[in-house]
Design a protein around this ligand. Structure first.
Ligand SMILES: CC(C)(COP(=O)(O)OP(=O)(O)OC[C@H]1O[C@@H](n2cnc3c(N)ncnc32)[C@H](O)[C@@H]1OP(=O)(O)O)[C@@H](O)C(=O)NCCC(=O)NCCS
Length: 198
């Protein structure tokens, strides 16, 4: 395991593999597929900061703009690729607060790929990476109280609901409340040990 100060370039290009998925950095060639995923109104409805309509060229801009942060180890962004087809089915991010050894994740799965357990599989890999590979102390995730699917994904990965905030952000003229989920490394390790995983 690396200390927080070592988080950085040694893992910047890391590929995470799950039973059905490969998580790896996207290339500019992946921008059209990402653009299509982010254009969905149903995806945008659940993401506080995702614009809808999603501006033309935004996905490519995203891929280019995040590259320096990834270089510095301040964030990890992966495209989620379905191994059987090679298709991009979404993306996930772990942003890192080095001072407090903490991370916060987010994810998007293409609407056509919902309900297959892909986000659950993705989050398991991101938690393992965050706790075991880069040694984070705490990992958190936030979702709108209306986002039952995201809530389930976090619960299925053992994340704990730590609180709910009122009127957290304004989406399409409506104030949204948010659930805040978190997990600390001791709890993660304890659970893993009790499952016989280490
Ligand atoms: C949230 C999201 C990532 C889930 O992706 P996914 O690959 O479909 O998730 P999974 O298949 O791993 O798990 C979804 C779970 O939510 C459940 N679920 C889905 N819709 C639900 C709903 N409306 N009410 C209750 N449960 C719901 C599923 O049944 C499943 O739980 P189960 O395994 O216990 O049956 C996907 O819906 C998405 O990208 N949404 C738009 C963007 C977004 O919300 N990002 C997260 C922002 S916090």
């Amino acid at each position: 395991m690396k200390t927080p100060h070592e988080i950085g370039s040694h893992v910047k290009g890391v590929i995470l593999s799950t039973p059905r998925l490969d998580l790896k950095w996207m290339m500019v060639e992946d921008a059209p597929a990402l653009q299509e995923i982010c254009q969905s109104k149903h995806v945008a409805a659940m993401c506080g900061s995702l614009a809808h309509p999603y501006p033309e060229g935004k996905a490519e801009q995203f891929i280019r703009e995040w590259a320096p942060k990834i270089e510095q180890g301040d964030a990890f962004v992966w495209g989620i690729f379905e191994r059987s087809s090679g298709r991009l089915i979404g993306d996930t991010m772990l942003s890192v607060n080095k001072r407090f050894i903490a991370g916060e994740f987010g994810y998007i799965i293409a609407e056509w790929a919902w309900g297959n357990g892909y986000a659950t599989e993705t989050l398991a890999a991101v938690l393992e990476f965050g706790f075991e590979t880069i040694g984070l102390r705490r990992i958190s995730g936030i979702c709108s109280v209306q986002n039952e699917a995201s809530r389930r994904v976090m619960e299925k990965n053992g994340m704990l609901l730590e609180g709910t905030t009122k009127d957290s952000y304004l989406k399409w003229g409506v104030w949204e409340d948010e659930h805040h989920f978190g997990l600390t490394r001791p709890v993660y390790e304890q659970r893993k040990a009790s499952r016989g995983g280490g």
